[in-house]
Design a protein around this ligand. Structure first.
Ligand SMILES: *Cc1c(COP(=O)(O)O)cnc(C)c1O
Length: 396
């Protein structure tokens, strides 16, 4: 098993390590690229044919590894990509990805030259930003495709929807900007109450009308994230921006399901040590767990330094198809589990910290609840200390 993983690591990264055998084989993140491709095809099939699919690959594709994830999605029916930082975009371009890249968020003035250099389609959220970019484009003798970001109620980035009459007229004068897209973003799209989402969509449509009157008719209008893609067909417009759903994880517990979607990220670690303890013995920092019987403690080499939540006597791991409880506090580099109930388990066994083993599963939701967070933070919280192992041809 361990040699397989070493080989897979080497192949996936495409790098020659000084000593490939030194790559960490005791804990890793498995990314099911074949599953990612299947998910994207299922989401595509769930959308009307005229609606495009933009893959939101920010934060290293939610921890999957941006380059392999983006390649897979583009090969499976995605037609464009969105990221947030210039570094993220540069990584994709350096890997030879030529698809349109929407650069979301706001830019500071010194970032504009790189936006042009990398041939990105930046989000523009203010007249000042639009004018600065237009000036630069004029100097360079070129035109730039942009997506206007409208603040329809999230109140984070974008042109205020209420002032559309003012800013649309000023934008129409900027002859170097080509408005390829116009978009907004939902503050809430995946909960049962859609009132605010509908208000936002209505504001967005009002802005589109005003823009048309000002002579701006973008071909790509978009407002939906995963929640909107699932639940708000009236917000689909020309494309949906999908991140988490492509990874087989739903944005909320209540939203509509798409049959066949599978989670693509699995976090695994092997048992690397065992400790026999007697009744009254404690485990870990602060002596937070005390054995009440003779017990066998297994040690997994994953801790909060790898992105596992810093739990204490909470959480569980799948080993040999059974749930075993985390005992004591999770440390930076390791966590301890009680193996007493699974006598056949021992050093070398593969455990699952997030994902499926046999018919059992530990979901990002379960970890999010324990961390008092959301599945998004759990997915992208797995740090790069855990090598990514890419599976091209089948499930985990
Ligand atoms: C992150 C993000 C998305 C994707 O959200 P998901 O819920 O993961 O689909 C879409 N649009 C914007 C503006 C985002 O920041």
């Amino acid at each position: 098993m361990s040699q397989d993983i070493v080989a897979a690591c080497r192949e996936a990264s495409g790098k020659e390590f000084p000593k490939p055998g030194l790559r960490r084989v005791s804990a890793w993140v498995e990314v099911d690229l074949a599953g990612l491709g299947r998910n994207v095809a299922l989401i595509r099939a769930d959308l009307p044919a005229a609606v495009g699919l933009m893959y939101v690959a920010k934060d290293d594709a939610y921890g999957l590894g941006a380059v392999p994830a983006v390649r897979t999605v583009l090969g499976a029916g995605g037609d464009s990509v969105a990221v947030v930082t210039l570094d993220e975009a540069a990584e994709l371009r350096a890997a030879g990805i030529r698809a349109p890249i929407l650069l979301m968020g706001e830019r500071l003035e010194e970032e504009w030259p790189d936006v042009l250099e990398l041939d990105l389609e930046p989000a523009i959220g203010s007249v000042a930003a639009a004018e600065a970019l237009n000036r630069l484009a004029t100097r360079m003798g070129r035109r730039v495709a942009v997506h206007l970001k409208i603040n329809t109620g999230m109140n984070r980035f974008g042109f205020p929807w209420r002032e559309v009459e003012q800013w649309s007229v000023r934008l129409a004068r900027l002859d170097r900007l080509e408005v390829a897209g116009v978009f907004g973003h939902f503050a809430q799209s995946d909960e049962p109450d859609k009132t605010y989402a509908r208000t936002q969509s209505g504001r967005f449509e009002g802005c589109l009308d005003r823009l048309r009157e000002a002579g701006i008719s973008p071909c790509r209008r978009h407002h939906a994230n995963s929640g909107g893609a699932l639940e708000l067909p009236e917000s689909h417009f020309d494309l949906v921006r999908v991140g988490i759903l492509a990874h087989g994880v739903y944005p909320s517990a209540s939203c509509r399901r798409v049959a066949g979607l599978e989670p693509v990220m699995t976090v695994k670690a092997r048992v690397v040590a065992e400790q026999p303890v007697d009744p009254g013995d404690s485990v870990g920092y602060g002596m937070r767990w005390t054995a009440t019987r003779r017990s066998r403690i297994g040690v997994m080499p994953v801790g909060y330094g790898d992105g596992y939540p810093r739990l204490r006597n909470e959480g569980r791991v799948l080993i040999r198809g059974r749930y075993v409880p985390v005992v004591g506090g999770v440390t930076m580099d390791a966590l301890m589990v009680d193996l007493t109930e699974v006598p056949e388990a021992g050093v070398g066994d593969e455990g699952v910290l997030m994902g499926r083993q046999g018919g059992m599963e530990i979901t990002p939701y379960e970890l999010a609840r324990l961390k008092r967070s959301v599945p998004y933070e759990i997915l992208l919280g797995w740090r790069h200390r855990l090598p990514r192992v890419y599976l091209e041809g089948g499930g985990a």
